[in-house]
Design a binder for this molecule. Structure first.
Ligand SMILES: Cc1cc2nc3c(=O)[nH]c(=O)nc-3n(C[C@H](O)[C@H](O)[C@H](O)COP(=O)(O)OP(=O)(O)OC[C@H]3O[C@@H](n4cnc5c(N)ncnc54)[C@H](O)[C@@H]3O)c2cc1C
Ligand code: FES
Length: 294
């Protein structure tokens, strides 16, 4: 059972039009890979609105430490209505360590959907580059692009179906690979790179991207999410090849709805100068050409 309440009025409602705050029940909590888990939450109000590439914030109810919520990307929705959401997480610190105690029937507080998503998929070859837990936004992106599922109410309509989708997925070693079978089951080409060569290509995920860019017909678009150095490298490779690229930034966030400015990133302006933008409301997805990496 879930309870919902509107996000408080001070939270710039124009920027978080459909967001609701919800107390959601944990339905499943399963391992995905080393230090990596998938949690299923019953939250129909958020599940019916959320779009691929959007995210939500989670807090542990009744705790003041950690006080602030943490952002997580939609992995996918479940159920026909749909009834709730799945997300994947890797244990890195306070909140994700506390998640370890959650079992079916427990409650978490969440608010969303938040942020924008990836742009409508192109007609040609869509290349997705993911590093580590950065693969999580892409299952829903792929399912929507291939018309396996619709998202949002009313369902958003897309113009094109990509001719081809390739996922280039880089991790430290094979035990960190998460959700590969689910991606392969969608019939897409999954190419893996590992730092230690334990599976797939021994080296950087950008090497796989360079091979695809060198093909006679280059990718129509690249979508990317992962550690910042990897996204910087992907940005350089795609800009040099003149291939449109979008990055989903994983900037730490405090509110998720535009009020605190804790999530700002430097974004290039049309006149060549840069200004700060809030990743939670103006992102997390930005054109790679706009991001100023320090
Ligand atoms: C839009 C968005 C979507 C995200 N989606 C996912 C997802 O689907 N799955 C997932 O596992 N993670 C995701 N993240 C990252 C996730 O929010 C952080 O891993 C989480 O906040 C860590 O919380 P914690 O309390 O466990 O760690 P903390 O105790 O807050 O921090 C532990 C350590 O990690 C560092 N850290 C915290 N957050 C980040 C960050 N975002 N980037 C780099 N370093 C960080 C801290 O500086 C600290 O060193 C996403 C982030 C954003 C902004
Ligand atoms: S997290 Fe508060 S403004 Fe972005």
């Amino acid at each position: 059972m879930t309870t919902t309440a509107a996000v408080p009025e001070f939270c710039l409602p124009g920027l978080v039009r459909n967001a609701v705050q919800s107390l959601a029940t944990v339905v499943e909590h399963e391992p995905m890979a080393k230090g990596t888990w998938r949690m299923r939450l019953a939250c129909p109000e958020i599940a019916r609105q959320i779009l691929p590439g959007q995210f939500f914030m989670i807090r542990m109810p009744g705790r003041s430490d950690p006080l602030l919520g943490r952002p997580f990307a939609l992995y996918d929705v479940y159920g026909t209505e749909p009834e709730g959401i799945d997300f994947g997480y890797v244990v890195v610190g306070k909140m994700t360590s506390l998640f370890g105690s959650l079992k079916p029937g427990d409650r978490v507080e969440l608010w969303g959907p938040l942020g924008n998503g990836f742009p409508a998929p192109p007609r040609g070859h869509l290349v997705i580059v993911a590093g580590g837990i950065g693969q999580t936004p892409f299952l829903a992106v792929i399912r929507e692009a291939l018309r396996r599922r619709t998202y949002g109410q009313p369902a958003r309509s897309l113009q094109h179906v990509p001719d081809r989708i390739t996922l280039c997925y880089g991790v430290r070693s094979r035990e960190y690979l998460a959700g590969v079978d689910e991606f392969r089951n969608e019939g897409i080409d999954v190419r893996i790179a590992t730092d230690d060569g334990s599976v797939g290509n021994h080296g950087f995920v950008t090497d796989l991207l360079k091979q695809l860019i060198a093909e006679p017909v280059p990718p129509a678009a690249v979508y990317c999410c992962g550690p910042e150095p990897m996204m910087h490298a992907v940005s350089k490779v795609t800009m040099a090849a003149n291939v449109p690229c979008w990055l989903s930034l994983e900037t730490p966030m405090a509110c998720g709805f535009g009020a605190c400015f804790s999530c700002v990133t430097k974004v290039r302006q049309d006149d060549g100068s840069w200004d700060y933008r809030r990743v939670c409301v103006e992102g997390p997805v930005f054109p790679a050409s706009q991001i100023v990496f320090d």
